[in-house]
Design a protein around this ligand. Structure first.
Ligand SMILES: Nc1ncnc2c1ncn2[C@@H]1O[C@H](COP(=O)(O)OP(=O)(O)OP(=O)(O)O)[C@@H](O)[C@H]1O
Ligand SMILES: [Mg+2]
Length: 523
């Protein structure tokens, strides 16, 4: 049935959304350049493109957050001029942003109602009716949620389902999902794929954005590729390989694997012994973790998200208090050190949450380029900042890491998601370091830039840096690591050489099957 859809049936159906010659300019960039595309009823259309290609901009225009300079949008054949999300919702267009817009201290039902309150007798919110409507929507599209649950208690995948329900509750027929799977575990991403199929099977239409080519090929009926703000091509999943799609996006061949020599590990640089850490809710997230990373090797931490990886990294980098245990960097106990003291020992950190921890998005790129260094030579002379040095440094980073921006003086918030990530990586790599801690280093990054960043990480290793990579993508862990530590329920349940276990065996360990099951009695 999926194949039949991909080959043509969805495209024979009526066009629900048409974009005609949309152009959108920001100072110094044409983010969308005469973009035209069509979405059919019951179709999943994937938008693919490099970081900064203009995907989010186009979606934000459709959703009424930005207004186009030229071109028009037609919904069911009628031109619309949406100047606010409120109007877009009235036209049947709903959007789920990558950063959810839910109120954590409120329940699912309260969040769904927010801004769209049903009142009974003109005064009271009719919670019972809303709860029963939520239950009906969630049954119809297999969107499992509990209307009375608090948002703060829900895993990311469930929060995303609430966002989808919110859009459906407002009668959205067209759903826009901007990188919905970037923050999901593989299991949650599979669930979302099923939900998307259920939605289109019942007549909804979906545009979704993703950098994961395998997933795009699995979920989409049709793929439109953007480059430099222009539509450069269209493809059908059945007839386009990942390599072909990557080349269409980037305009050159992309190596979809990493080439590296055997590691030559030296002395231990990072040592974590008996580490216990609590999460935001006060629950134990890391429960007696031990690991070592030596100079010149990459240790990859594999695990399903939410098994303590976030807290492990936060504790190592001094951003979160430790309940117990010791962390040593190059032999020095840093258990009670601040993030700055740790960074000054030659530790670089690519944080998982780039918007909260990696950048000050309201600051210019120049300030972000020296976020932890502005007070030191050569960027400061006593207390006076040396602007020329800072600017030159920022230009170097932008050029070397291909950060797409019209200027180094614009705020980081104006960069596309992937380009924000590239700026952080560039900054963290620009200093002489002993230890690199990279959490989800390529989240939201296009395939061409992933290749580049992976090569940079390996170059650091070959220069003798100890590297700890934490990634929700098992593919990334397998591509980069010399050794792999599997984390489950706050513990490192196994540490093996890369290649020692198959992907399936690692999967078993990640799922908590225990070493016996995974090693098949070998160990
Ligand atoms: N609010 C803004 N102000 C100025 N420039 C912007 C703004 N939003 C986007 N841009 C610019 O428009 C271009 C397209 O950005 P957009 O966010 O649409 O890219 P994208 O395809 O979504 O990339 P990514 O895959 O990294 O998310 C980029 O050059 C970006 O810097
Ligand atoms: Mg984007």
């Amino acid at each position: 049935m999926r194949c039949a859809l991909a080959i043509g049936s969805a495209q024979d159906r009526p066009v629900v959304l048409e974009v005609r010659g949309i152009t959108k300019r920001f100072p110094g960039v044409t983010a969308n350049n005469k973009v035209s595309l069509r979405l059919h009823k019951g179709e999943v259309l994937a938008l693919l493109g490099e970081n900064g290609a203009g995907k989010s901009t186009l979606m934000n225009i459709l959703y009424g957050l930005y207004h186009q300079d030229e071109g028009e949008i037609l919904v069911n054949g009628t031109p619309i001029r949406a100047s606010s999300p409120h109007e877009s919702i009235q036209r049947g267009i709903g959007m789920v942003h990558q950063h959810f817009q839910l109120v954590p201290v409120m329940t699912v039902a309260e969040n769904v109602m927010l801004g769209n309150e049903i009142t009974r007798g003109g005064l009271f919110l009719d919670r019972r009716r809303v709860a029963s409507m939520i239950s009906a929507i969630s049954r119809q599209y297999s969107l499992e949620v509990e209307p009375d649950a608090l948002i703060a208690d829900l895993p990311v995948g469930a929060q995303q389902r609430v966002e989808i329900i919110k859009a459906l509750y407002r009668n959205a027929d067209i759903l826009i999902l901007d990188e919905p799977t970037a923050v999901l575990t593989p299991q949650e991403a599979d669930d979302l794929a099923r939900i998307m199929r259920a939605l289109v099977a019942q007549g909804k239409s979906i545009i979704f954005i993703s950098h994961k080519l395998r997933e795009v090929r699995e979920i989409a009926d049709r793929i439109v590729v953007l480059r430099g703000g222009c539509v450069v091509g269209e493809a059908l999943p059945a007839t386009s390989s990942e390599a072909h799609l990557a080349a269409m996006m980037v305009g050159r061949e992309v190596l979809l694997r990493v080439d590296k020599d055997v590691a030559r590990p030296g002395a231990t640089v990072l040592e974590v012994c008996g580490l216990w850490v609590r999460d935001d809710r006060g629950l134990l997230a890391v429960a007696g973790a031990d690991l070592k990373v030596r100079a010149g090797e990459i240790l990859g931490v594999a695990g399903v998200q939410g098994n303590g990886q976030t807290e492990l990294v936060a504790a190592i980098t001094g951003m979160r208090a430790k309940e117990a245990g010791v962390v040593r960097v190059a032999g020095q106990d840093v258990s009670g050190a601040t993030p700055r003291q740790i960074s000054e020992l030659g530790v670089a950190h690519i944080p998982e949450d780039r918007q909260r921890e990696g950048l000050v998005t309201s600051y210019a790129l120049t300030d972000n380029a020296v976020l932890e260094l502005y007070y030191r030579a050569p960027f400061a002379n006593g207390v006076v900042r040396d602007e020329a040095q800072i600017n030159a440094h920022c230009v170097r980073l932008v050029q070397e890491f291909d950060v797409r921006t019209p200027s180094i003086h614009v705020p980081a918030s104006s960069l596309s998601g992937g380009n924000q990530q590239k700026l952080i990586v560039a900054r963290e790599f620009s200093q002489p370091i002993k230890l690199l801690i990279a959490a989800q280093p390529t989240r939201g990054i296009d395939v061409g830039s992933i290749e580049f960043i992976h090569n940079q990480i390996i170059r650091k290793r070959d220069e003798g840096v100890a590297v700890l990579v934490v990634s929700a993508e098992l593919d990334e862990v397998l591509a980069l690591s010399d050794r792999i530590a599997v984390m489950y329920h706050g513990q490192i349940v196994a540490t093996v050489d890369n290649g020692e276990l198959t992907r399936a065996q690692l999967g078993l360990l990640m799922a908590g099957a225990g070493p016996q099951a995974a090693f098949g009695g070998r160990k």
